[in-house]
Design a protein around this ligand. Sequence first.
Ligand code: ATP
Ligand code: MG
Length: 650
Amino acid sequence: MSKALENLLREDRKFEPSPQFTAQANARSGIHEEADADYQGFWHRQALERISWYKEPTQVLDDSNPPFFKWFSDGELNLSYNCLDRHLESHGDQVAYHWVGEPGDTRSLTYADLHAEVGRFANGLKSLGLEKGDRVAIYMGMIPELPIAMLACARLGLVHLVVFGGFSSEALASRILDSDCRIVITQDGAWRGGKVVPLKANTDLSVVQTPGIEHVIVVRRTDNEVAMMDGRDIWWHDLVEGQSTQCDPVALNAEDPLYILYTSGTTGKPKGIVHTQGGYLTSVVTTHSFVFDIKPDSDVYWCAADIGWVTGHSYIVYGPLANRTTGVMYEGAPNFPDFSRFWQIIEDYKITIFYTAPTAIRAFMKWGDEHVAKHDLTSLRLLGTVGEPINPEAWIWYHHNIGNENCPIVDTWWQTETGSIMITPLPGAIATKPGSATMPFPGIAADVVDEEGRSVPLGGGGFLTITKPWPSMARTIYGDDQRYIDTYWTRFPGSYFPGDGCKRDEEGYYWLLGRVDDIMLVAGHNISTTEVESALVSHPSVAEAAVVGRKDELTGQAIAAFVTLRASVEGDEALLGQLRDHVATTLGPIAKPASIVFTNDLPKTRSGKIMRRLLQDISENRQLGDVTTLANADIVQEIADMADSGSADS
Ligand code: ATP
Ligand code: MG
């Protein structure tokens, strides 16, 4: 460990805003108070100031039928117009996306280019007889045609359903059936890690199970041979051939559906979350602008998520384009052709704002600092993270190695269901603490409550709740209002329950503790898996850790840990002992893992989140549960074998 890094770790771990953000801090002082005093007024003002409406809303929140809340429901707008047309007159030549293909090819699309492509494709969709409200599945990799397809749907009032290109044909089929789509848009193949993922072939396997699908539209991206079925399958380039670039955006009601998106499936069967137009756009443009401190004329912004997840919907497509941001989109794997791909992209495009996930940061740490050190990252001024609680050690690494110690880090807590960022620092305005998402965004009312729903005083932990509606909240689970009520609105009547545990420190900072289902009860003590994992990751030999509570006759639950070591480290008995002691000294003896298994990898969802429920099944020798959203399925058996051998058990 470098001297500087050691010093950082020894500090009391609070980072005051860097001086270059003082102006923003001043501009934003009082904004939380202002929003607290009148949250509906705050959101109404954002809606009117940041969005172009055909008919401005006079109604703000309609809470006549909870939990089915509506926002701005007499307003009319079009999101494609807001993302494209309104920028054309003065900024048509500004780049909307610099796109980097995995094999090394590149494209840059200006706002005028994107507008023209969206117009042509929307006219193509119209020619197929699609009508407002029809559902359109999009099963693609990270190529420009993906946002083009989404925006074309938004232009016509079609409801898009983006399915992550890493999913199987089974996962695609079940989502198409659940949401009753009429067409699928896909590609011949997608580049990933130097190989072609056969998206069209997967789609063919899906659509034999989905009789509602009338057409499959196929983008030519690779030279992958594909079978085209007469009458059903259409090449994208044939569909847009001869189409006008002009396509009038349809005026939509603020509460018309915009998209359906399935949750990541970390905790079980994915839920088809429905988002609507006006409230959704209001929240995403406002949060994107504040949280990332967007300066449209100078920033180059890279959200390295996949558009198949909500992060991509809100912070690659709708938020950034509506805010006239210049963005970067990368097609492929972060380790192709080598471990420095991301840093090369940041250097090449002089990226100023970079947003990624803890799982990626832990991978970068594991691969070694030398891949980062070769590159000039001095263009960066702001960093973000989302997806899981970030281990403080990973936060510090990100701050030091990527941010050169002068970029604020925004740790953003939110979900598919919330549509937009809910708990987050505002750069410049809120001092950060590694591992804490800090404070609710202005206009968002959160609380931490106990089993009975009583607010827990500062310094205590419990269940995170959101106590007032917000514009981009999910409207329902598609086709299953009852599941929406049961999942989110029943546990704590009157509040939204996200399912996450949380603790607040004496200063009111929020520390997310992971899923409440993951919180362990060991000898009468509640212990969060997140905290034990972070304690393990703070050991210099550890790259990544997953912790579960397994049944134990003596203590109720015993802590079982699965640990991935850094590239150069060998795991042995001595290290096992050290790690257990390290956790005991960091968190107290009660948190000491009863068993530790060393493993090369951890089971994760396709979005990169650790799948603890599988590890729990392994630890308790149960039948393995649903693995359809599991990325590295082989590892499950491997870990099961190692756990069986029981060598690490105490
Ligand atoms: P499913 O709901 O199907 O189990 P999922 O919850 O993983 O899947 P997402 O909506 O993609 O699906 O993820 C949201 C969840 O991710 C949050 O509820 C929280 O548990 C976690 N999360 C996201 N960002 C953060 C963050 N900054 N800090 C802590 N946890 C986070
Ligand atoms: Mg969830």
